[in-house]
Design a protein around this ligand. Sequence first.
Ligand code: SF4
Ligand code: ZN
Ligand code: ZN
Length: 326
Amino acid sequence: MSSEEVLKCSLCSEPAITNIRYAKLRLCKKHFIEYIQNKVFKTIKRYELIKNGWRVLVAVSGGRDSIALLHILSVISKQLGFNVLALHLDLSITDYSRRAREVVESFCRSLEVPLIVVDLKELLGVRLPDLVIRSRRPACSLCGLLKRYLINVVGIESKVNVVVLGHHLDDLLTYVMKNFLLQKLNDISKLGPKTESEGPLVGRVRPLYEVSGNETSLYVSIQGLPVVDGVCPYKVVGSIEGEVRKFLDSIEGRNPGIKIALARGIAKNIEFYKVGLRSNVGTCRYCGMPTSGDVCAFCKLTEKVLGSSMGPIVRSKIKEVVSSYR
Ligand code: SF4
Ligand code: ZN
Ligand code: ZN
């Protein structure tokens, strides 16, 4: 085979820009874009993630994965018959948050996708770095708590059918393997292609479940999509995550397709990981959001660092913000 033949797309005569080993396909730009959009389309169908006529809330941070996801969904939503609403959470993490918000706002305008912005400073009068100092908790743990709470509140108040997250194959498998090593089996049950709704909580779906991190990056760069520059100043790659990623890449290198096979196996066995999961979820005595205790984590945090439980105020402010998007 000559080098010219080697570089051609498997589906046309254009030069190939990537070699997808697990699918035995070399693809040109056009066919790679179609391949990824089609893959997400099939993932939505395979796992029944989004139904015809639904309104979906897509959480968009401004990073590569969520930007790629929003773009793909804006294209395939027409074929699948659902409506996209975007959500951006601005936690005021230094200049990084301002740049991320600008990217998301202008990208949504260009796609003509309605966008809800929830601004932590406007809601609580404080920024994430203030909460880190006052609570003495790690930034990422606080960030996770705030994002979960705010997404859940927006999901309920906007009356969408489902929340869509931009976690891709490599992220999900890394968390699965890490949780397996730590024997946190319950946590694996939340890493499948979908997490069903629970009481008033809106379910979550992950249409990039079978798309790798490299594929989302390539999609973004080929399409010239805007993404926030740099990384969050709090970003620390944990040593276990780093090791697990290397391990997964190495077995994929020798066995193309094993990551997707593993992801499909996890999706099939997801019920087995719900070991001792508590199903008797109550409601927070302050804000009424679902919680396993008497007071939810958000109300506990705000009571401790701000002097009062802010859940009720935050819920009513968000209700006001999203009322025009229902
Ligand atoms: Fe939040 Fe940590 Fe991610 Fe920054 S790195 S966005 S603080 S989870
Ligand atoms: Zn081609
Ligand atoms: Zn609460």
